[in-house]
Design a protein around this ligand. Sequence first.
Ligand SMILES: Cc1cc2nc3c(=O)[nH]c(=O)nc-3n(C[C@H](O)[C@H](O)[C@H](O)COP(=O)(O)OP(=O)(O)OC[C@H]3O[C@@H](n4cnc5c(N)ncnc54)[C@H](O)[C@@H]3O)c2cc1C
Length: 210
Amino acid sequence: MKRIEIILKHVAPEFVVNEAVGMPYAMPPSSELTSKVIGIKKHLSCAEHIVMNWHIIGASRLELQEHMRHRIASPTVESTRYTLGKDFLRDYAINTEDLFVTPDLSNLSVEQAAIFSAHMAFITNRVITAVTQCKAKKIPNDYIKYLLPESLRTSFSWTINLRSFINFLQLRTDKNAHFEIRHVANEMRKVLKENSAAKYVDEILKEMGV
Ligand SMILES: Cc1cc2nc3c(=O)[nH]c(=O)nc-3n(C[C@H](O)[C@H](O)[C@H](O)COP(=O)(O)OP(=O)(O)OC[C@H]3O[C@@H](n4cnc5c(N)ncnc54)[C@H](O)[C@@H]3O)c2cc1C
C-alpha cells in the first residue's frame, strides 16, 4: 500500500489520563495504576479518556468507506466538491499512482496480475480523461463525482478514543479484514509503538494483548 501516510497528530497527555483514571482511588495517579485499571481490570470506560487524533493521507475511497463504518469516532474527510480536478490537472502527467491506490498484486497469478493491471490502467486513464474534459466544459464537481472509482485516493482526519480504537484494531488487523484497511490498522498500531507521547498507550495495548 504505497504512499499511504499515517500520522498521529495528538494523543491525550499521560498525566491527564492518569489523573482521571486515578480519581476513585486513595493513591496518587500513576501510569502503573492506569495500565492496571484499563489493561488488567478491564474498566474500559477509563480508556475513553485516551483520545487520539490521526491523519490518514492517501488511502483509497474503498478504505474510507470501511473506515467510516466505525461510528464511535469523529471523521473529517477531504471534500471532492472542493478539491476534485486540481489533483488531476496537476498530477496527470506525473504518475497515476499519485491519484489512485494500486493494490499489491503478489498474491495473484502472473496472468491474473496482468489482466488486473491492464484494466486498472484503462480505467484510471479513462477517468482522468473524463474528469479533465468535464472540467474543461465547466461541469460542476457534484456531477463529476459520479465518474470516480473507489481506488481514488482521499485523506481524512480521525478522532477516536482508545476504547473504540481497540475495537477497530481487533476487527481490522484480523486476517479477514480487507488488506488495505488491515494495512492502515497495522500501521496505526506501529505508530503507537514508535511515538514517545503514545508509549503509555502502547503499554496498555500490550497488557490487553492487542
Ligand atoms: C471482516 C469484516 C467484514 C465486514 N463486512 C461487512 C459487510 O459485508 N457489510 C456491512 O455492512 N458491514 C461489514 N463490515 C462492517 C461491520 O459490520 C461494522 O460496521 C464495522 O466493523 C464497525 O464495527 P462496530 O460497529 O463494532 O464499530 P463502531 O460503529 O465504532 O461501534 C463500536 C461499538 O459501539 C457499540 N455500538 C455502536 N453503535 C451501536 C448501536 N447502534 N447499538 C448498539 N451498540 C452500538 C457496539 O458495541 C460496537 O461494537 C465488516 C467488518 C469486518 C471487520
